[in-house]
Ligand binder design. Structure first.
Ligand code: FE
Length: 132
């Protein structure tokens, strides 16, 4: 895909908060239960904190108990992309914003029905738009 948003790291650094930059651009992980959305139940659309792309609906958010906002599917199939992440000696599936390539979190095969997936996201990578 060639229509991806491309910015220099300096540009990202200026636009994002330190927490957003650490997660989105440096693939960091916020500490469990510290993010803004882990236990949020408000209705709305979760957008990418980097580029504003719509990523997840509150309707697919569920209580995972993990301390990170968790969803069983993205808002659209092409909203996110995945890559194998072999850091820390394990193979995990990394989830990235399809529009800006920002790191969002990981997806695990232990989620609820109907997909059985658990998109374990960082609050810092998301921005909840409550105007559903
Ligand atoms: Fe994005």
């Amino acid at each position: 895909m060639s229509d991806k948003i491309k910015k220099t790291e300096d540009e990202w650094k200026k636009e994002l908060t330190p927490e957003q930059y650490l997660v989105l651009r440096e693939k960091g992980t916020e500490r469990a239960f510290t993010g803004a959305y882990a236990e949020t139940h408000d209705a709305g659309v979760y957008k990418c904190a980097g580029c504003g792309k719509e990523l997840f609906s509150s309707e697919t958010k569920f209580e995972s108990g993990s301390g990170w906002p968790s969803f069983y599917q993205p808002i659209a199939q092409d909203a996110v992309e995945t890559e194998t992440d072999r850091k820390f000696g394990m193979a995990r599936t990394e989830v990235l914003c399809a529009s800006c390539g920002g790191h969002l979190g990981h997806v695990f095969p232990d989620g609820p029905k109907p997909t059985g997936l658990r998109y374990c996201m960082n609050s810092a990578a998301l921005k909840l738009d409550k105007t559903l």
